[in-house]
Design a protein around this ligand. Structure first.
Ligand code: NDP
Length: 293
């Protein structure tokens, strides 16, 4: 497939996306509000579009990676009449409802629309580590599967347009809470004179890796809970959990470290107790979050 592509938005991520297409020798037209950000890509063979209209009409496939959906709409609005017969793949970070709104707007102007979520950082785009989530009509994904695969493994989630952003944001939620945990653990471990974050991390990474390996088993119990209401078997006494967490909080306080990141964990355990649970389990924790006000 030698279909040319346009990349709208040459921030850190947009430049990495355009460079990945160029590395595959794909004809690539680029546009950015601040034109100088295209210079290096031009030296690699990209075609500079002097206007959004020139960029959009330059290729049947327009990959968009801008700050947010407001900027995407603002950028595309003046060229709405030129979207007919083209495909917009929007890799900008946003919510499922923003994706649905954008899809309706693009298709309302006769274009095809896929929504996407990039699970990579600029330096890992087009490496085996990168994967990109897509949702929208399967026909559109199938047409451009090969082209999109040049950015990183293309993972199609289904025709519900909001799925890519929902999963993207859910994955980022897991990441944020993991980084909060890392910061808190490091703050505790380095509260003593001579504490080394790097040395401590040599213990933290294998520990968290071992814990992450438990997730598929927990997840299977969450699924079983939804489908068959099976009793979970991977459980631990809630009293043990509460007293262990209280110890972490006490030790943090003694070390002059905030307990704020742990307060929501304690509140979740206390809510399980308040609902009459005697044991901690993944299904009960997930169910409680899902029904939270
Ligand atoms: P940058 O801040 O580097 O780039 C932002 C882009 O948006 C630039 O092209 C900028 O243009 C453009 N922009 C901002 N405001 C306007 C405006 N009013 N009109 C026109 N263009 C505008 O961000 P990234 O490239 O890192 O991120 C882009 C998207 O990719 C975001 O949605 C981000 O969440 C997502 N993403 C980023 C990842 C990363 O690791 N960086 C990872 C996964 C997703 P200008 O250069 O003129 O300012």
């Amino acid at each position: 497939n030698t279909s040319p592509v346009t990349v709208l938005g040459l921030g850190d991520m947009g430049r990495a996306l355009a460079a990945a297409f160029l590395a595959e020798e794909r004809a690539t037209t680029v546009w950015n509000r601040t034109a100088a950000k295209a210079d290096e890509l031009i030296s690699l063979g990209a075609v500079r579009a002097d206007s959004v209209a020139e960029a959009v009409t330059g290729s049947p496939l327009v990959v968009v990676c801008l700050l947010d959906y407001g900027v995407v709409r603002e950028t595309l609005e003046p060229v709405a009449g030129q979207l007919r017969g083209r495909t917009v793949v929007n890799l900008t970070n946003g919510t499922p409802s923003q994706a649905a709104e954008m899809a309706a707007w693009v298709t309302g102007h006769g274009g095809d629309y896929l929504d996407g979520g990039i699970m990579a950082v600029p330096t890992t785009v087009a490496t085996p580590e990168a994967f990109i989530l897509y949702s929208g009509e399967q026909r559109i994904f199938d047409t451009y599967r090969g082209v999109l695969g040049e950015l990183g493994s293309a993972r199609y989630l289904g025709d519900d347009i909001g799925l890519a952003s929902l999963y993207d944001l859910a994955l980022l939620s897991g990441m944020h809470l993991m980084f909060d945990g890392f910061h808190h653990a490091v703050a505790m471990a380095t509260s003593q004179e001579g504490g080394s974050a790097f040395g401590f991390t040599e213990l933290l990474v294998p520990w968290l890796t071992n814990m992450a390996r438990l997730l598929p088993a927990f997840a299977a119990e969450v699924d079983a809970d939804l489908t068959t209401a099976a009793e979970p078997r991977l459980t631990q006494g809630l009293d043990v959990q509460v007293s262990g967490l209280a110890n972490i909080m006490d030790a943090a306080r003694d070390a002059g470290v905030s307990t704020t990141p742990l307060e929501s964990s304690m509140a979740a355990l206390e809510a399980l107790l308040a609902h009459g649970h005697k044991v901690w389990s993944a299904p009960a924790s997930v169910r409680q979050l899902r029904t939270a006000p």
